[in-house]
Structure formats: structure tokens, C-alpha cells
Design a binder for this molecule. Structure first.
Ligand code: SAM
Length: 356
């Protein structure tokens, strides 16, 4: 039997939910929760706001102002925050950016997170630098990888990402597929009129390569503020088109998972994942919080405000102060993202400055 009891954090005395399972041994971990009763177990850590791509749905063609280096959390600051978050019941950590592989030291950071006992250590990358780094990342403790790939057509890929990196990304995917990271999750953000003609081609790619092909609805987080509902391709349409060609069967998923998952009914390898934050929001079961590269805690991708952990760290806060602060911020996590509300306002931070 599993149940929750209210308890106080050992360092801060802050009230937390204590998860207890089993009749003999008590598996006890301090858990973060919000006022809607959602348990927060997943943390996305953006380790840099820099990126070597300029994807049209994310960044602007114009130079953006990266934060100065001293505004970005140092590795020791990131280590300390990781320890505090783990003491609060965070079990899954995803490293993201910007592009995480452009920051020197990411392998060492992963190794330290691994040694701290993170159960599920993953990374989101554009794949450009992955081929040569894949084995080192695995040795450091990386267990799962998501690679962005928005077109299978090299010319279109260059237009979307504003790079010439198609071949390098394909090598990165191949390296991941030939490694312990198999099956890689491949993320495509569909933008109407740009790459929605490739839905079936992506599904064929999943079948041929045995990857998990995930389609993400375009969200209003782009730097150019070009997002409109008509540019977004609803997950239902993606499902219908693939299902018409290769019937799909749903795979059970954890309630907090972002993707609805499908296998091919004919037994072909690969999987399809549909991530529909706009048309089928999954906020009710959200278990995620985010730490930005400049040390702000965000309780929702679409939060209007972020919460300054870097300031606290640099002002000399004790761990118990951090625990108390994080607990109180998480308690006020938004009920939902409100993209579909009439008065919705796009957050000032774009995806590259949040960390997807
Ligand atoms: N550089 C890495 C990458 O390209 O995967 C990690 C950072 S990127 C910001 C993380 C994820 O956010 C990627 O899968 C990207 O496609 C997605 N993303 C960026 N802007 C988005 C938007 N406006 N709507 C939906 N997804 C977006």
C-alpha cells in the first residue's frame, strides 16, 4: 500500500508531502507538491542560453542578447541546487538549453548528477555535436536522449534551423541508435506550410530506424512572435494521417507524461508520440518545474514570473532557505497554461531562454 503523510523537511522544517510505500520498509522521500495536489518530481535544467541553431519557431534571425557569462549559473551553483532539489524528491532531471552540448563541462556535470543518485537522467539536444560525444555522455550517466529534427529534407532542414547541420544531426541520431541510448526520441515541431507535408515521412523514418518519433504542437514561445493558431498542426490531425497509412495502437503512458504514445499495429519497429500542449493540455498531471540557465525557477513554461534562485545563492542563502523558498514557489504552481484563454499573453521569455 502507498500513501502520503504530511511532514516537515529535515533541514528547513517546511511542510512537505512524505510518500510512504510498503508495509515493512518505509520508502520515504520528501516530495514537493503544489496547492492542487500535484507532486513535482521532474526538473528540467537549462545549462546555457546559447544555441548553435536558430530554429524559426524558437529563435529570431536577428542576434539575440545572450546573458553575460557571470549571469549564468556556475557549475558549483548548479551542483548545489541539484542537491537541494534532490532532497525535495526530484527524481528525474533533463538537461537542456539553449543547446546543452555547447557548454564545456556538461559530461562532468552529468557524472556528478549521476553520483548524486538521479534516477532518470536525460538530455534534449539538437544533435549537431552528438555523434562524437555520445559515448562520453553515456559514461557520465546519461540514460535517455531527445534529439530535435524538424525535417528529413536537407534543404528544408537548413531553412528551419538556419544551419547546414543536417548531416551532422543524422550522424548524431545514428550514434544514439547504435548506443545504450536506443531508442532515441526524435522531436519535430510542426509548423503549417513548412514541414506538415512530412508527417508520413517522419512516421516512415520511425519505422525504418526504430526511433520514437514525437510530434510537438507549435507553442507561442517563439522569439519573432509569429505564432498563430493556424500555424499550429493539431496532434489529432497527425494521428489521423499516420493512422490512415499505418494503423496505430495506443500504448499506456504515465499520467504525467507529455506524450500520448502509439505503436504500429503491423508490428513494425518505432513508436509515435503526440505532444499536444495547445489542443489537449496535460497541465492537470504536470509534474515538472524548470531551472533557467540564469538561475530562475519556473513553475510553468508559460509562467508570467520567474523566481530568483541565483539571487538567493549569491546573497549567501543557506540550504534551508533555498528549500523553504522552492517549496513556497512550487506550492503556487499555476493550475494550467491558459494558452486557450481569450486574454492569454505570451511570456516574455522565449523557449531558448527557458529550456524546453
Ligand atoms: N537545443 C536543444 C534542442 O534543439 O532540442 C534543446 C533546447 S530546445 C529549446 C528544446 C525543445 O523545445 C526542442 O525540442 C524544440 O523543438 C522545442 N521548441 C522550441 N521552440 C518551440 C515552440 N515555439 N513550440 C514548441 N516547441 C518548441
Amino acid at each position: 500500500m502507498c500513501f502520503f503523510v504530511y511532514a516537515r523537511h529535515p533541514i528547513s522544517g517546511f511542510g512537505l508531502l512524505l510518500f510512504q510505500g510498503g508495509s515493512t520498509a518505509t520508502m520515504a522521500a520528501m516530495m514537493l507538491h503544489d496547492k492542487f495536489g500535484r507532486l513535482i518530481t521532474d526538473l528540467r535544467i537549462s545549462i546555457t542560453d546559447r544555441c548553435n541553431f536558430r530554429c524559426v519557431y524558437c529563435r529570431s534571425a536577428d542576434p539575440e542578447n545572450y546573458r553575460d557569462h557571470d549571469e549564468i549559473l556556475s557549475w558549483p551553483e548548479l551542483d548545489r541546487l541539484a542537491r537541494v532539489f534532490l532532497s525535495l524528491g526530484i527524481r528525474k532531471i533533463r538537461i537542456t538549453g539553449g543547446e546543452p552540448l555547447v557548454r564545456d563541462g556538461v559530461e562532468d556535470y552529468l557524472a556528478r548528477l549521476h553520483s548524486l543518485g538521479v534516477e532518470d537522467l536525460s538530455m534534449t539536444t539538437n544533435g549537431h555535436l552528438l555523434a562524437d560525444r555520445c559515448q562520453g555522455l553515456i559514461r557520465s550517466g546519461l540514460r535517455r536522449i531527445n534529439i530535435s529534427l524538424d525535417s528529413l529534407d536537407p534543404v528544408k532542414f537548413e531553412k528551419i534551423t538556419r544551419t547546414k547541420s543536417f548531416a551532422a544531426v543524422m550522424r548524431g541520431i545514428e550514434a544514439a541508435q547504435n548506443s545504450a541510448l536506443v531508442p532515441a526520441k526524435i522531436n519535430a515541431v510542426l509548423v503549417r506550410g513548412t514541414n506538415d507535408d512530412e508527417i508520413e515521412a517522419f512516421a516512415a523514418f520511425a519505422r525504418e530506424r526504430g526511433v520514437i518519433m514525437r510530434f510537438i504542437e507549435f507553442m507561442p514561445l517563439d522569439a519573432d512572435r509569429h505564432w498563430t493558431r493556424t500555424l499550429m498542426v493539431p496532434a489529432a490531425e497527425v494521428y489521423q494521417r499516420i493512422h490512415a497509412r499505418w494503423p496505430l495502437e495506443q500504448i499506456p503512458h504515465e499520467r504525467s507524461e507529455t506524450a500520448r504514445k502509439y505503436r504500429f499495429a503491423d508490428g513494425a519497429p518505432g513508436e509515435i508520440g503526440l505532444i499536444a500542449p495547445v489542443t489537449q493540455p496535460f497541465c492537470g498531471h504536470c509534474s515538472r518545474i524548470r531551472l533557467t540557465a540564469d538561475g530562475k525557477l519556473r513553475t510553468c513554461l508559460f509562467s508570467k514570473d520567474d523566481h530568483d534562485l541565483r539571487g538567493l545563492l549569491r546573497e549567501g542563502a543557506h540550504d534551508e532557505d533555498l528549500v523553504t523558498y522552492i517549496g513556497s514557489v512550487v506550492m503556487e504552481k499555476e493550475e494550467g497554461h491558459r494558452i486557450n484563454d481569450p486574454g492569454f499573453v505570451q511570456p516574455s521569455r522565449t523557449m531558448v531562454f527557458i529550456g524546453g
